[in-house]
Design a protein around this ligand. Structure first.
Ligand code: SF4
Ligand code: SF4
Length: 338
């Protein structure tokens, strides 16, 4: 990334953080899904299919317009594999035209020099690629061996910030892989983060001694800002619940391929309201609702957004909210979520 562009991005980041601290009345980060289809089939993933069509560009633009009208600071395009959407460049460009920061989460398979240059031109500012292992296996083909050439292209041509996320825990076969991935990422000039994941049955178990050691080593190599924002991971690594306020449905919005707002990718169905009809009343209700799944949640980006408001506005349980807002549509659904 060019130094001048990097500095501009830092100034924009500082301004959105200041704005978010001054006012809690707008979304900070939205994940938008323009395509559920993916070219891979990772064993742990429930966010893809192999058949669905890309969402029409005009519909995607209207969803982006709604996010901009709500005052959203950052929009990250995710999937499925969003690089399979034929109009991805237009989507990125539209985020920028509407004054928001443009991010992308991808499995990395489709990056070529020509494609990276088009994303530069469209105005992409952040890219995150998650790499699960060094050698592909039956669970994941998001592997360093397969993606290294793509990473070299990105290192040479990308004029946007690239972060490589590795994972640890959850029975990942070779915990050393996370360190190999993180070292390669820093070698190529990227930032790097590490995600602690649950066991395959969803339970929270402490990392093994070797995994903890590697986790600490990867954290040291990584982005210091992220490490400071990811305190919760130290509790999760110890198998302990973490006390925080999840602001999903408000400060963090997840809009699926059908244009519905959900708490997040792991809690689909709640509140399940179309983004086009989402109001500040919905925002306030979700902002103030305690999420039953928060203590064991591992979603880094939602935790980071939560930090902005952890010091203010204590939340209420869905039952307390339901009592207060008796009869209002949507609250019943939240109680059922609990
Ligand atoms: S690449 Fe991403 S979206 Fe596709 S199957 Fe794997 S985790 Fe899911
Ligand atoms: S706590 Fe985590 S899993 Fe639960 S709604 Fe928030 S982001 Fe989703």
């Amino acid at each position: 990334m060019r130094k001048s562009k990097f500095l501009k991005l830092k100034v924009r980041e500082a301004s959105f953080i200041t704005r978010a601290l001054i006012s809690s009345q707008h979304p900070v980060l939205a994940h938008l899904i323009p395509m559920r289809r993916c070219n891979l089939a990772c064993g742990y993933c429930n966010e893809y299919d192999h058949t669905s069509k890309p969402i029409d560009i005009e519909i995607v633009k209207s969803r982006l317009d709604k996010l901009a009208d709500l005052g959203t600071s950052i929009v990250t395009i995710s999937g499925g594999e969003p690089m399979m959407h034929p109009e991805l460049d237009q989507i990125i460009h539209h985020i920028r035209v509407r004054g928001m920061i443009a991010g992308l989460i991808s499995n990395g398979y489709y990056f070529t020099p020509e494609r990276i240059k088009r994303l530069n031109k469209a105005g992409l500012e952040y890219l995150q690629i998650s790499i699960d292992n060094v050698e592909p296996d039956e669970v994941s083909r998001k592997s360093l061996r397969v993606l290294d050439k793509k990473l070299r292209y990105l290192s040479e041509y990308a004029d946007f910030h690239v972060n490589i996320n590795s994972v640890i825990g959850g029975g990942i076969k070779n915990p050393d892989d996370a360190l190999t991935v993180a070292k390669r990422a820093t070698e190529l000039g990227f930032s790097t983060t590490v995600g602690v994941i649950h066991d395959s049955d969803g339970t929270l178990k402490p990392l093994l001694a070797k995994e903890k050691d590697i986790f600490q080593q990867v954290k040291k190599l990584g982005n210091k800002d992220h490490a400071r924002l990811n305190w919760f991971q130290d509790s999760i690594a110890e198998g302990k619940p973490y006390n925080w306020r999840c602001r999903a449905g408000a400060r963090y919005l997840y809009s699926c391929e059908d244009g519905l707002v959900h708490w997040c990718s792991q809690q689909r169905g709640y509140p399940g309201i179309p983004l086009s009809e989402y109001t500040m009343e919905d925002f306030d209700r979700e902002y103030n609702t305690e999420k039953w799944c928060a203590p064991t949640c591992t979603l880094q980006c939602v935790h980071q957004v939560g930090i902005l408001d952890n010091w203010r506005d204590p939340q209420k349980t869905p039952e307390q909210m339901a009592k207060e807002q008796e009869g209002r549509e949507g609250v019943g659904e939240m109680v059922r979520a609990d």
